[in-house]
Design a protein around this ligand. Structure first.
Ligand code: TYD
Length: 199
């Protein structure tokens, strides 16, 4: 089973994923916990470039999109697909939906570009995706408390509003795969709500 977790910054993805990890471990399942961009040594190197604040040169939106997919291709072939083939549960902190939300809805890149990448480089989409949704201000406050802001976290509220609407669009189009969770609840409530979809 392939499960991904999505949402804007600071909505509590990490806490929910940890709860899922413990849940599956308690059931005696083989669980792989991974993240994007990243999840392999090479993909983590790409992540560092993507998140770094570079004052010398701004990253073009196309470069950002292609690096996300370069990291994803590596992650899929090295980690996700082999784990699924071995019958493991894969829990992934962000996946291709983030590219739609951030690079298309947020940055304004065309859906045609994304579709081309997904059709050619994403062999497997998650079986279920949890979208942790909360008003942007709530998450940004939590992100700020965590310390220095990365290149994405430095974006303005209006950018994250667009990202959030991107997730809402996927949710509308693929309600069977993507489940919306009210991330303003306590972490226990969010976990319970998520679990209700796993039955
Ligand atoms: P992450 O570490 O999950 O951020 P956070 O913990 O702050 O939620 O992800 C890093 C950043 O990468 C995040 O700001 C979203 C961005 N991102 C994209 O823009 N496109 C993508 O396809 C992915 C996977 C992530």
């Amino acid at each position: 089973m392939f499960i991904s977790f999505e949402g804007t910054e600071g909505v509590g993805k990490t806490t929910l994923i940890r709860k899922f990890y413990e849940h599956f471990q308690a059931l005696g399942k083989d669980v792989v916990l991974t993240r994007e961009p990243g999840g392999t040594p090479l993909a983590e190197q790409i992540r560092s470039i993507l998140l770094a604040v570079n004052h010398e040169e701004s990253m073009s939106h196309d470069t950002e999109l292609l690096m996300m997919y370069a990291a994803r291709a590596q992650h899929l072939t090295q980690v996700i697909l082999p784990a699924l083939a071995e019958g493991k549960v894969v829990l992934c902190d962000r996946f291709a939906d983030s590219s739609f939300a951030y690079q298309c809805a947020g940055r304004g890149l065309s859906k045609t570009k994304l579709k081309l990448l997904n059709e050619n480089f994403v062999e497997k989409m998650p079986d279920i995706t949890f979208w942790l949704d909360a008003p942007i201000e709530v998450g940004m406050e939590r992100a700020r408390e965590r310390g220095a802001l990365d290149r994405f976290e430095q974006e303005k509220i209006t950018f994250f509003e667009k990202v959030r609407s991107g997730f809402a669009e996927i949710h509308l189009q693929e309600p069977d795969r993507m489940k919306r969770l009210d991330a303003t609840q306590t972490s226990e409530q969010v976990f319970e709500e998520a679990m209700s979809y796993m039955l």
